[in-house]
Design a protein around this ligand. Structure first.
Ligand SMILES: Nc1ncnc2c1ncn2[C@@H]1O[C@H](COP(=O)(O)OP(=O)(O)OP(=O)(O)O)[C@@H](O)[C@H]1O
Ligand SMILES: [Mg+2]
Length: 497
């Protein structure tokens, strides 16, 4: 039972099944009781008619029993009237000997008759009804036995009985009917239940889809459509909207705080740097002071870079980092970066190669941002490649996209680390930034990813530990849309991931 819909259908069907069984049982009991009542009324009527006939015949004739034969019998003229009774009718004398039988009763076997006369013999009250089992093939019969007082001393009692088969359908017949009908009813109920559950859960699914689309982190400004029905779904949508508003507000203040704090730190850092630089060129400073001033300047530079990066990301989050889009030849940008990379590589003992197409590749981009993006990738490649390695840059055009590839033969990235490398402040080995072996703050790739996405593109990485890494940036070349679309990309790509 994975979904609410299936659970609802299951319980709906179970509930209906129980209802059907309870209804069937009650119906059966009620039908049986009312049939028995009708039957008893018929038996009473027949018995009383017979009693009256015998009593009146006796009062007119004075004697109605013939004792001429081997055993006493009712006068044929009188018993002829009783033949017509359509149930089993038995008239006995006071000692239980049968005086007359109706036509149907004559077909009973001796054993059956004996059981019936036995009932008359054990009569405690004047009139009694009940069930008695007379044995196969007739089984249980419903009877009414009564004493006859006014038909002379020879006549003792009358018993009228009928088979119970005709009363109502028995439990087995009911079970058979239910086994036949119930599966059809239950299958129908399951289908209806499934449809019903689906219909009532559809708005929830709609809300789930919308929330999923909003919570990808880029659309916190969006809100759910509130149904006009005013029901539970409307309340749910309103609640989620309220939550989104609060989330958006706290994200906004977080971004604003980071942006403001970074901005405020820029000026003091500039003043610090200027002060240290001025002190450095002051004549006659002892060597150890010079060294510590040098270290301070390096730290100030690293901090300024971090503050600058933080400000960029915070502005991007707020949607306040517009791209200065202009038409340019991408070969110039990558050529520029390749030159810088060559110088950096030379000092680290790493050879840098570049593969740039011979024909121009014009495209409307923010030239400075693209350069920053490529520099981030190239400095990483050089930083994470040991001496003697190679870093290669490539620019190409592939099915409507511009592709930048920065590959190195360096230390590579562990598969478990790959999903995190674009996270802010994430570094595979944070200890090294302290020792100064591979300094950094872990913001470079976060900015690189933002720049690629702000241009409507994407960045991917392939890497294996010890085998080097390859970063691929793909920018779509939909020229007509580029200039006007840039602002949209900035806004879309700027919310927190
Ligand atoms: N070419 C690469 N080879 C191996 N690991 C890399 C490579 N590029 C990035 N990484 C890993 O990804 C982490 C994040 O990179 P990112 O550029 O964001 O930060 P950083 O280079 O450490 O610092 P920053 O760029 O802010 O100065 C790095 O610390 C490193 O562990
Ligand atoms: Mg970096």
């Amino acid at each position: 039972m994975t979904t609410i819909r299936r659970r609802l259908t299951f319980w709906y069907t179970v509930a209906l099944g129980v209802t059907v069984v309870a209804f069937g049982t009650l119906l059966y009991l009620e039908r049986r009781a009312s049939s028995l009542r009708e039957l008893d009324q018929r038996l009473i009527l027949e018995a009383e008619l017979a009693d009256r006939w015998l009593s009146e015949s006796y009062s007119v004739l004075g004697r109605i029993v013939t004792t001429g034969g081997a055993r006493p019998t009712l006068d044929p003229g009188i018993s002829a009237y009783l033949d017509a009774v359509r149930d089993y009718l038995v008239v006995t004398d006071t000692s239980g000997v049968v005086l007359a039988l109706s036509d149907v009763a004559r077909e009973l076997g001796a054993g059956h008759l004996q059981r019936l006369t036995g009932v008359l013999g054990s009569l405690r009250v004047r009139k009694q009804s009940g069930n008695v089992d007379v044995g196969p093939p007739i089984g249980t019969v419903r009877f009414l036995a009564m004493r006859v007082d006014r038909a002379g001393p020879e006549v003792g009692g009358i018993l009228v009985a009928t088979s119970l088969d005709q009363v109502a359908f028995g439990p087995s017949a009911l079970l058979r009917s239910m086994l036949l009908i119930a599966p059809i009813i239950l299958a129908g109920a399951a289908v209806v239940g499934y449809w019903l559950a689906g219909t009532s859960l559809r708005p929830v699914e709609g809300i789930m889809d919308e929330v999923e689309a909003i919570s990808d982190g880029r659309s916190l400004h969006r809100r759910l459509a509130v149904p006009i029905s005013g029901d539970e779904m409307a309340r749910l949508a309103l609640t989620v909207n309220g939550m989104l508003a609060r989330l958006e507000q706290s994200f906004d203040s977080l971004h604003r705080f980071t942006a403001d704090a970074s901005h405020e730190m820029k000026t003091p850092l500039m003043v610090l740097r200027a002060g240290v630089e001025r002190a450095l060129v002051h004549p006659g400073i002892p060597a150890e002071i010079l060294q510590s001033l040098d270290e301070t300047l390096a730290q100030i530079n690293q901090m300024s870079e971090m503050v600058e990066n933080l400000l960029t990301l915070a502005r991007a989050d707020e949607g306040r980092a517009p791209l200065a889009v202009e038409q340019c030849d991408l070969r110039d940008t990558i050529g520029d970066v390749a030159e810088t990379a060559g110088m950096l590589g030379e000092s680290s003992g790493i050879s840098v190669t570049s593969d740039i197409p011979s024909s121009p590749l014009p495209m409307a981009v923010d030239r400075h941002r693209i350069r920053e993006m490529l520099l981030n990738l190239v400095t990483n490649a050089i930083k994470y490649t040991p001496q003697g390695g190679t870093v290669s840059l490539r620019l190409a055009q592939e099915d409507g996209s511009i592709v930048f590839v920065v590959a190195d033969t360096g230390i590579g990235i562990a598969p478990g680390d790959l999903p995190h490398i674009f996270d802010r402040f994430w570094r595979a080995d944070p200890a090294r930034s302290r020792t100064g072996e591979r300094p950094g703050t872990g913001l470079g790739l976060a900015i690189t990813k933002w720049i690629a996405e702000a241009h409507g593109g994407s960045i991917t990485v392939q890497s294996r530990p010890g085998r080097g890494s390859t970063f691929i940036v793909r920018l779509p070349r939909t020229q007509g849309e580029r200039a006007s679309g840039a602002a949209r990309h900035v806004e879309e790509a700027s919310s927190p991931a």
